[in-house]
Design a protein around this ligand. Sequence first.
Ligand SMILES: [Zn+2]
Length: 288
Amino acid sequence: MTQIERVTDDVYVFTSELYAQVTAGVINTRLGAIVVDTLPYPSEAREIKEYVESHLSSRVRYVINTHYHGDHVYGTHIFTGAQVISHELTRQRLSTTGVEGLALAKSESSELSSVKIVLPQITFDSGSFRLRLGGKSIVLNHSPGHSEDVITVLVEGEQVLFASDTVMPVPFFPDGDIKQLMKSLENIQAMSSKVTNLVQGHGAVILRGEVTGYIEKQIKYLKTVDSAVRQVLKRRYSKKSLLRTDLASVDIDRAVLGGLAEELHWGNLECLYDRLKRYVKPYPSRRL
Ligand SMILES: [Zn+2]
């Protein structure tokens, strides 16, 4: 089941009630619809397709995959006849890690048994990509960090930004890179005053007036995590001492994303600790 929200005249957001409040979108135009991400379960993707066909009397012309993670792309095979667009890195990741991940996911959930990986037919690998359809102009921008292939989708005119997993209630980078994620968040921050609705990859839509503060908080979270891990390594403390940097200390509500916040936050700390331990020099030990 999904929750459906109309954020502007022609833009709709679908939020999964089955998995981690992952989001998808529909941009309707007079020549057909563009779907942004397709949710994890075929039943949810079918809901989007039916909504476009029966409520909007339209048809899906394009599907955009914002990155290769299964919860954003497994529904893509439902949209037969649509052209699929992504970053070139997404296509590469889908054909390797994506195929392996799906086999594992199928062994864990029978609801995924009919899922097939669809390789995007249209890709871009540098800068941005513009898609025009039925009077609407959509701009896709590379936004690495959560994973290296993430793209954001801006609906010009309405100024709705689908930020994919560059923005989620707990910024998450173990499959990517914290520095790149900070840079990508700064890019969104630079345009944030113009954004009317920011659709996160997971969780609630952020409205105009709250976007700038929300992105600022995300960048601050990453800086806090980075310095907490560096301090622990400099002082030669054990990995366990990272637990002191709990959710309350980074100002994140533990109830967000159906209780997944703790797991994501710990995943960040642990991953950064393992990555930085080779590079961070401990303070010299005192010899008396
Ligand atoms: Zn993701």
